[in-house]
Design a protein around this ligand. Sequence first.
Ligand code: NAP
Length: 287
Amino acid sequence: MQLITGKTKLLGIIGDPVEHSLSPVMHNAAIAHLGLDYIYVPFPVKQGDLAQAIAGFTAVDLVGFSITIPHKQEIIPLLSEISDDAANIGAVNTVWRTASGWKGTNTDVVGFIAPLKTMTHDWTQMTPVILGNGGAARAVIAGLTNLGCQEIHVVGRNPDKLARFYQSWSHAPNITSRLKIHNWNNLTSLIAAADLLINTTPVGMSPHVDASPVEESLMQKLKSNAIAYDLIYTPNPTQFLKLAQAQGATAIDGLEMLLQQGVAALEIWLQQPVPVEVMRNSLKDCL
Ligand code: NAP
C-alpha cells in the first residue's frame, strides 16, 4: 500500500456525484506503477460551493484536478487561462497550477481523437455524423475539427436545443463553417453517407443494454467500410456497435476515450510520460 506522508502531492477530481468516477482507479494505478509520491482523491463538491473549493485547493497547494458534472462550465471564470480546445467547447475537464494561477483545458478532445489517429484515413475526405448534441458532442466536434474534417453533421431530436447548440458555436467560425445540423428524421440519408458514425447519446448504456440510438433496419444502410464510434464504455460492445459490426463496419468503444483523456491529464500534472497499459488494465479490471 502507498505510504502517504507530509510530502505527498495532491491531485483530485471534483464533481457531484463523484463516487462512481473511474478516474481515481486509473490515476492511482499509474502513480503506484511509477512509484511517485502523489495521490489522486475524489472530492464531492456541490453546485454553488465551487469557488470555495478552488480557494481551498489553492490554500492546500493541490497540483491539479479533474472536473466533472456539474462544474465543467462554471469553473471557467475561476481560472487564469484556458486552452483553445476548452474555449471552443466552453467546458474544462482538467486544471493545473501555474505561476500565474490555475490553467484549464479539455482533454476529452484529445481523448476522443486518440483511437482515430491510430488509423490511416484522410480525415479531410471523411463524412462524420454525430448522434446527439449534448456536452460530449462538443468535444467530438472540436476533435473532428482538429483532425481536419471539412463537414461535420450533427443529428438531434429537439429542434430548439439544436438551434441553440448551433448558435453556441458563434464564437468559433472555424467550427460553424463546417457544422451542419439535422433533425432526427433526416437520419436515413445521413446513415448511408456516414464514413464515421458517432453515438454521443446515452442510449444503450446499462441497464438498457438492448437499446440502440439507431434502429436495426436503419443501421443496415451503414457502409461496410464505415467506422462506428460509441462514447459509451459499458456495456462493451453496445447494441449500436454490434449492429455496426454486423454491417462489416469498424467499431470503436468509449473506453479508449475515457483512458486517453486521463492519460493526457496525468501527463500535464506529472510532466512525464505515463504507463498507458497500466491505466487501461485498471479500467478494464474495474469494469
Ligand atoms: P448530455 O449532455 O446529457 O447529452 C446527451 C445527448 O443525447 C443530448 O443531445 C440528448 O438529447 C441526446 N439523447 C438522450 N436520449 C436520447 C434518445 N433517446 N434519442 C436521441 N437522443 C437522445 O450527455 P453527455 O455528457 O454528452 O454524455 C453522453 C454520453 O457520452 C453518455 O453515455 C456518457 O457516458 C458518454 N461519454 C463518454 C465519455 C468517454 O470518455 N468515453 C466522455 C463523455 C461522455 P436532448 O438534449 O434532446 O435530451
